[in-house]
Write a protein that binds this ligand. Structure first.
Ligand code: ADP
Length: 475
């Protein structure tokens, strides 16, 4: 029942209000009980009575004998409702000459009385405190006007003085706290509620970015939520696109395999030559599918991070030389000049086989997309702490609008010129980029249609520190 933010907020406010009011009331009660405030009214009354009596010319209290003083004081007592005493103070001692309540109340301890003391407190013989004021009447006589010190009980104080204002203050504070709790809960709760609704409906329909509202922490959360939803959305989109691409790429060879197998089966391919032709096509298409599946598996393993990369010193010059030797027959057959230029003196740290796979793909592409009498060059150089290898060709080039997507999976710049029979599925460059990135390097492309393309790979060179790391890992 009280688990909502609003109720919790309101409860904490209510608790705070009750505590604050309680502490204030307690302090007030203690202060009122202890403070002379309550006695002040009585003392004023005592002083007024004393002044009135002293200023009355008929009452010659200074001279009257004790037996005449008594009835006079009793009369004053009846009139003013205060106890009056006439005290004689001489060097030898103090004595009460007359006391308006001598017969009904215990005598005052006049020994404690301060002479000419206006506001003072004396006790009677029973220990009850009296407020008193003493005024000089004559040579040795003093008029003492006194009344019992007023008693304040806690309950009476709360009932008469504190209950109503505290009740009113409490009611107003509760009302205000209700409004504050409601608006605060709305401030915090509304963006959270929106996030909840979006999360529940995810990923149906177009995901809109949630507005950044509420306190800073909630704004940070909303920002993180927005980023997360767009990442999930992007990953879902790419997954969908991936599945569509795979199905599309598999459909073409499968249709072709099915068609030619059917021709062999139903006898449409009725000569040895046409049967051989059909079988060759089936073989080539199956090979293409096999290559594609291997590439897909490779990509999936690279994505999942389950590919174990060797970490050893790799001599890039030797690696490029091997590639050159491997592709020379193919280049000669295609009448393309294949050459290697430049040197990288220091080794790099990485997996030689995987790097060979990258350069094999780049040179294979360059040869595929370069017409006869063209040129493919492997240029190696060292730029600061990077080894730079460029595979440059004088081929057909890549349209500028295709360049940004060239490393995307399944991307083929122009499907009408896939590079002849050995055309791939647009996965080679995507794999190459994954491998280079896993080596802490970069791969980029520059190209001009009809003039050629340049793919440049940059890899960090092996420094003395990294050599130590390799040595340690090898052990
Ligand atoms: P594929 O296996 O289809 O060649 P890649 O990922 O290696 O896949 O290449 C993707 C696309 O990039 C190719 O289909 C081609 O359109 C384009 N491409 C790659 N290298 C070159 C190049 N040297 N010259 C022209 N186009 C190229």
């Amino acid at each position: 029942m009280f688990s909502s933010l609003r109720a919790r907020l309101w409860l904490s406010y209510a608790w705070l209000i009750i505590t604050a009011l309680g502490i204030t009331a307690l302090i007030l009660i203690v202060y009122l009980i202890r403070s002379p405030l309550a006695s002040r009214q009585t003392l004023t009354q005592l002083n007024t009575v004393a002044t009135v009596i002293l200023e009355n010319p008929q009452a010659n209290l200074a001279k009257l004998p004790a037996e005449e003083l008594q009835p006079l004081l009793t009369a004053y007592d009846q009139n003013f409702g205060v106890r009056l005493l006439v005290v004689e103070i001489t060097r030898t001692g103090r004595s009460i000459l007359a006391d308006s309540r001598a017969d009904s109340t215990a005598a005052l301890e006049i020994g404690d009385l301060r002479i000419a003391g206006n506001n003072q407190s004396v006790k009677d013989l029973n220990g009850i405190p009296w407020l008193a004021t003493a005024k000089r009447l004559g040579e040795s006589r003093w008029l003492v006007v006194t009344a019992p010190r007023p008693k304040l009980t806690v309950l009476a104080l709360i009932r008469d003085e504190l209950f109503l204002p505290f009740f009113e203050a409490g009611a107003i504070a509760f009302l205000l706290s209700l409004i504050a709790a409601y608006s605060l809960a709305r401030w915090v709760g509304s963006p959270l509620q929106r996030m909840l609704n979006t999360a529940r409906s995810f990923p149906s329909g177009e995901q809109k970015r949630l507005p950044l509202e509420g306190p800073r922490e909630v704004k940070d959360l909303t920002r993180a939520f927005n980023e997360m939803t767009s990442r999930v959305q992007a990953s879902q989109d790419s997954q969908r696109e991936f599945v569509a691409n795979v199905s599309h790429e598999l459909k073409t060879p499968l249709t072709s395999i099915q068609g030619f197998a059917q021709a062999i089966l139903d006898g449409t391919a009725d000569t040895d030559q046409s049967r051989k032709q059909a079988a060759t096509i089936i073989y080539n298409e199956a090979g293409r599918m096999h290559r594609m599946v291997l590439d897909l598996l490779d990509l999936a393993r690279l994505d999942a991070g389950t590919v174990e990369f060797q970490r050893a010193a790799v001599d890039i010059n030797a690696l490029l030389h091997n590639i050159l030797e491997k592709f020379t027959p193919q280049a000669q057959k295609a009448n393309i000049l294949l050459s290697q230029e430049g040197e990288i003196s220091q080794p790099i740290l990485g997996d030689g086989d995987r790097l060979a796979q990258v350069f094999t793909n780049l040179v294979d592409n360059a040869l595929k997309f370069t017409p006869p009498r063209g040129q493919v060059r492997l240029l190696a150089s060292q730029v600061e702490d990077k080894a730079e290898v460029t595979v440059n060709d004088t081929g057909i080039g890549i349209p500028s609008e295709a360049l940004p997507a060239i490393f995307n999976r399944f991307y083929q710049a122009d499907t009408s010129r896939k590079g002849g029979e050995k055309h791939g599925a647009g996965l080679g460059l995507a794999i190459a980029r994954e491998i280079i990135q896993a080596h802490g390097g970069t791969i980029s492309v520059r190209s001009e249609p009809a003039r050629g393309s340049s793919f440049t790979v940059r890899l960090p060179i092996l420094t003395p520190e990294t050599t130590t790391i390799v040595a340690k890992r090898k052990r």
